[in-house]
Design a protein around this ligand. Structure first.
Ligand code: NDP
Length: 388
């Protein structure tokens, strides 16, 4: 039986990798729904290529263009617009699998909808689980959904735990690897430009996650994600810098054994793992050439030059509200940095100051989460304006 797949964030970097893998297996997968934010031309091109049942453009200003374009091209695709329609795509009839690849907290509501509807969710959108890990895991349980990670680190851990998500017996710690980003060896970070921050040495990714990799906030968000996905305390989740990005993460057991998952840095590998799970399907990635690799090296993260990693651990220890505030402040600060309204070093400062105002009370509903998110965005925005 073919799996119907809905891709939230189809026009992005993860969306591209996912569609590449899906296209290699027409006997296994059929694209049912595709979404984008405002890239209407790119979404139209994907509709012509994959002929999904639904296409959603989240920015309502582009809905008319999408509908007119689909009609003119005589495609069998229903065009919808507005953020609420993302949940329609996430629960589209015929889609048993949902790839959550929207960037930022904007992906939370449709991902929750997919969980409640009992879909198999392939999660790239780490901000959703950082903001609402408890609610998402509850929805997965209630909806009898399945959650599989797409992040290469969490995919590696999933593989090392042999798919036993939630199992902790015999595990001493999770070891997330980090490339160290483009500034691992750069001493002075004062005049970093968005172009330099987005030039990742090993991975080609969207702009937001590229900046997160440069500040090490990406690893911080991944620590929080690992806490929710695998049920380990922050003290049992370590980060090791591994500049080659070949070892994607590791699990250490109480007997001293360490299992690692290796591969070329290509997101099609974790995508194919999750799409095929528990089977293995071809991803199109290159074979790992051990003889060409030379050395694999490991070092400690520099927490002084990259304070965002420590801020994420602090937020995880402080509780779910702090995680929402951390994520929101980071999204606002990264946007401002990309728009050249905030220096690179200002990102961590804005997050740290915003976090100081985070409430202690844990959010109990999605409305609480969204309210916290909005408050934190206002605080971070005000700090950026004041610092200009
Ligand atoms: P991109 O910026 O490349 O793509 C983001 C996608 O989300 C696009 O389709 C974009 O549409 C859509 N989108 C953006 N904002 C909104 C919004 N407000 N509402 C609805 N849709 C929106 O990001 P990536 O693919 O790099 O990353 C996606 C997620 O996956 C992130 O959470 C990231 O952390 C995670 N991830 C990414 C990895 C990677 O290698 N890229 C690796 C591991 C995790 P449009 O094109 O119209 O803007």
């Amino acid at each position: 039986m073919k799996h119907g797949v809905a891709i939230l964030g189809a026009t992005g970097s993860i969306g591209k990798s996912a569609l590449d893998v899906i296209e290699r297996h027409p006997e296994r997968f059929r694209v049912v729904a595709l979404t984008a934010h405002s890239s209407v031309a790119a979404l139209m091109a994907l509709c012509a290529r994959f002929r999904p049942d639904f296409a959603v453009i989240a920015d309502p200003a582009h809905e008319r263009a999408l509908r007119d374009g689909l009609a003119a091209a005589r495609l069998p695709t229903q065009g919808l617009g507005g953020p609420a329609a993302l949940a329609t795509a996430a629960t589209a009839p015929g889609a048993d699998t949902v790839i959550a690849a929207i960037v930022g907290a904007a992906g939370l509501v449709p991902t929750l909808a997919a969980a409640r509807a009992g879909r198999r969710i392939l999660l790239a959108n780490k901000e959703a689980i950082v903001c609402a890990g408890g609610l998402l895991m509850d929805a997965v349980g209630v909806g009898e959904a399945q959650l599989l990670p797409l992040d290469s680190e969490h995919s590696a851990i999933h593989q090392c735990l042999a798919g036993a998500v939630g199992a902790r017996g015999g595990v001493r710690r999770l070891i997330l690897t980090a490339s160290g980003g483009p500034f691992r060896t750069r001493a002075d970070l004062t005049d970093v430009t968005p172009e330099q921050a987005c030039a990742h040495p090993n991975w080609v990714m969207g702009r937001k996650i590229s900046v997160d990799s440069a500040t090490l906030m990406n690893k911080g968000l991944e620590v929080i994600e690992a806490n929710w996905l695998f049920g380990f305390a922050p003290s049992n989740i370590d980060v090791v810098v591994h500049p080659q990005s070949v070892v994607h993460s590791m699990v250490e057991f109480v007997d001293g054994s360490v299992l690692a998952q290796l591969g070329t840095p290509d997101m099609r590998t974790p995508v194919a793992y999750a799409l095929g799970f528990p089977d293995r399907v071809a991803s199109g990635s290159d074979t790992l050439d051990f003889l060409a690799l030379g050395a694999l090296t490991f070092e400690a993260p520099d927490r002084e030059r990259f304070p965002c990693l420590g801020l994420a651990y602090d937020a995880l220890r402080a509780g779910p509200a702090a995680c929402i505030w951390l994520n929101a402040a980071n999204e606002v600060a990264v946007d401002a940095f990309l728009a050249r309204r905030l220096p690179f070093l200002g990102i961590a400062q804005v997050i740290e100051e915003t976090l100081q105002q985070a409430p202690l009370q844990a959010p109990r509903s999605i409305d609480d989460v969204l309210q916290n998110d909005a408050m934190a965005r206002r605080k971070a925005g005000a700090l950026i304006v004041r610092s200009a």
